[in-house]
Design a protein around this ligand. Structure first.
Ligand code: 48F
Length: 248
């Protein structure tokens, strides 16, 4: 019966993949632009990295562009990065404009092609903590968490965890609510200063826990910036540089 063979192949392969990801160099929470960029750069440099994404479709806020007009804007300095990804883009008024569907697909393709594993439908509901250091993530099925089902999670060990969960900074919030971190809140829209702010503050927020992308603004009280994505990419790249330096 072929149907049975199909089921067997899927189950076997999935659990091989999951088992190989129980110990990681870097566990990235959230498959938005910053998390995917960090995953791409880290995998390219030979690190063992997996991205856990609670939704069925990874890509975070890229797909919808601005107000569902599916184009995003990036700073001109990202041209080299886009060329490396082999992304089509337009240069206009000193900025880059990219089709958001094309861009999201390219980031996903290149990150996974370099060897990063993306686990969609898996939510990070907590972190593991030993001797004052974050040393892994506690994961469960996305729908289990959303429905509030009483099902215990499992733990993945990692040398570093990255909070790439965007506006709510869901991972840092887990430590803030236990009084382990002081957190601010995101400020209103200001694309001029927000892009620099995100990149400057990207980094380790607690031993073992790094914060990237929009989560940075929530944690440190920076402004939001809407559909300009250069800061997200540069933030992901900075995460990779920090990890590279610390784990080498
Ligand atoms: O929000 P998101 O795209 O993160 P980002 O990399 O980029 C922000 C921009 O998209 C945009 C912006 C900048 O121009 O303003 O908003 O900071 O993606 C975050 C991803 O994290 C997932 C969520 O579903 C989304 O795809 N996520 C959130 N909480 C969890 C999670 C969780 N607890 N476990 C797993 N995934």
């Amino acid at each position: 019966m072929r149907d049975l063979l199909i089921s067997k192949l899927i189950v076997e392969k999935y659990f091989e993949k999951l088992k190989s990801s129980l110990e990681l160099d870097v566990a990235i929470v959230g498959a938005g632009p910053s998390g995917l960029t960090a995953a791409y750069e880290l995998a390219k440099n030979g690190f063992k990295v997996a991205v856990f994404e609670e939704r069925n479709v990874p890509g975070g806020g890229i797909w919808g562009g601005g107000m569902m007009f599916n184009e995003v804007v990036l700073e001109k300095e990202l041209e080299t990065f886009l060329r490396e990804l082999k992304v089509r883009y337009t240069l206009r008024e000193d900025h880059i404009v990219v089709d958001s569907v094309h861009f999201a697909s390219a980031l996903l393709y290149r990150a996974t092609k370099e060897g990063a594993l993306v686990f969609n439908n898996i939510s990070v509901e907590d972190v593991a903590l030993r001797e004052g250091r974050v040393c892994g993530v506690v994961v469960n099925w996305g729908p289990t968490v959303r429905l509030g089902l009483h099902v215990d999670p499992i733990t993945v060990k990692s040398s570093f965890v990255v909070d790439g969960t965007g506006h709510p900074a869901n991972v840092v919030t887990l430590l803030a609510k236990r009084g382990l971190i002081q957190m601010k809140t995101e400020f209103p829209m200001d694309a001029d200063s927000a892009e620099e702010f995100v990149v400057e503050k990207t980094g380790e927020v607690f031993p073992g826990l790094l914060v990237s992308g929009m989560a940075v603004c929530e944690v440190y009280g920076g402004p939001r910036m809407g559909p300009i994505f250069g800061g997200m990419i540069l933030s992901g790249q900075k995460i990779a540089k920090i990890v590279n330096k610390r784990l080498r």
